[in-house]
Ligand binder design. Structure first.
Ligand SMILES: Nc1ncnc2c1ncn2[C@@H]1O[C@H](COP(=O)(O)OP(=O)(O)O)[C@@H](O)[C@H]1O
Ligand SMILES: [Mg+2]
Length: 374
């Protein structure tokens, strides 16, 4: 089995490092500090939180995880939320339903049992009822919570709440959860600027709700140790220099590090026990070939100006609004560049980093380079 995994949440032996982040988050959350954890996509937020929640469950917390990419409207939110709340409560089914009905008047969940006798809860909520139920439902973990029952609730990709009935949903959610003593909230988000706007802007509902934590990349050293040891399990040798080269190409972004390692392992496992440079180059080529339709589509839908800017960003993403930058790359006004950057960020192609604007996908950058700059 391939010793590298990429694509979604990693767990078990595929998950490594993050020890400091785990202990910091656990300590904050168990002490009741709300957290806003942010980083670009594919840095490992969800995987990290998954691990943290596993640990907290062992310490007897009730934990709930909601991904806002799956929430299409308020009804869906209530539905998901209630189902998970009911599932996580450590009481008999009768008691759970009874106490649920006490606090939420208009919803009656039904219970099904699987072959092992485990209950699962079903409910449907009409559009008309969603307003009246919202408050009751959001306050449920607080009402249930107490000395014996602590809840930790995670909202992943929380910036997506912006798309659900604008700021109303946001306001109502905040208005209720601000009084919660027995529930700790963790907000995760990828679209950093959107997320930070929500929490840092005084006029927004979630202003000042919690502590900001920025998730960094995994260090090169940790990545090197991991990659080495995973290949070693299969008696394949890979040198520090080769790994360094891989981390350079993938810009050390967790997802792309695993993606390239996985592809490399796949291509050498039946034929080699020592990695050479050309093996890595072939693996990169294969990934890019596999992605090229997608890359082309991504590029094609941009305007001429956005394309021009994107190609300029291959060289450098700093001081992009300067006169010099515009001259060098034959761009027009700073405001046009600003608009184009906004679009590239919205499309998830580019991220804003401290040092300037960067490609979210280092292999897309490589693809463009090969295609347009070679
Ligand atoms: N701690 C980790 N150990 C191993 N791989 C990781 C780790 N964190 C992230 N990754 C890699 O990055 C990919 C994306 O992780 P994910 O948790 O979905 O990121 P995010 O939620 O930030 O988008 C994973 O599938 C895995 O390949
Ligand atoms: Mg995620």
């Amino acid at each position: 089995m391939n010793p590298f995994s990429y694509g979604s949440v990693v767990c078990g032996e595929y998950f490594y490092n993050r020890t400091e982040e785990i202990s910091q988050l656990e300590s904050d959350l168990t002490n009741g500090n709300n957290i806003i954890l942010y980083a670009p996509r594919k840095y490992g937020k969800t995987s990290l939180i998954n691990r943290v929640l596993e640990n907290l469950e062992k310490k007897n917390f009730n934990t709930i995880y909601i991904d806002f990419f799956n929430v299409i409207d308020r009804n869906k939110f209530i539905e998901l939320y209630v189902k998970k709340l009911l599932q996580k409560r450590k009481f008999s089914v009768e008691e759970i339903i009874k106490s649920f009905n006490k606090f939420v008047k208009n919803i009656t969940p039904s219970v099904k049992f699987d072959n092992f006798g485990n209950p699962s809860f079903e409910l449907s909520i009409s559009e008309r009822d969603s307003d009246t139920n919202f408050e009751d439902v959001v306050n449920l973990p607080e009402k249930w919570g107490g000395k014996k029952e602590k809840w930790i609730i995670v909202f992943d990709e929380f910036q997506e709440i912006n798309k659900l009935n604008g700021e109303n949903f946001e306001k109502e959610l905040r208005a209720n959860i601000q009084f919660h003593q027995n529930v700790t909230y963790l907000f995760l988000g990828s679209k950093t600027h959107l997320l930070l706007n929500m929490f840092r802007d005084k006029s927004r509902a979630f202003y000042n709700v919690g502590k900001f934590v920025k998730l960094k990349k995994i260090s090169e050293k940790e990545n090197t140790n991991f990659i080495k040891s995973r290949f070693k399990k299969f008696n394949i040798e890979i040198s520090d220099e080769h790994i360094k080269y891989m981390l350079g190409v993938t810009e050390n972004i967790p997802f792309y590090v695993q993606f390239l390692s996985s592809e490399l392992w796949q291509s050498v496992i039946s034929s080699k026990n020592k990695i050479e440079n050309e093996d890595i180059n072939k693996a990169i080529d294969r990934i890019i070939a596999g992605q090229s339709d997608y890359y082309l589509e991504l590029y094609d839908k941009l305007s001429q100006y956005q394309k021009k800017l994107l190609l300029a960003l291959i060289e450098t993403g700093s001081e992009v609004y300067s006169k010099k930058y515009a001259e060098q790359h034959r761009l027009s006004s700073a405001s046009s560049t600003q608009r184009a950057i906004s679009k590239l960020i919205d499309e998830g192609i580019v991220e804003k980093e401290q040092s300037g604007f960067q490609f979210s996908d280092p292999l897309f950058k490589k693809y463009l380079k090969l295609r347009f700059k070679a």
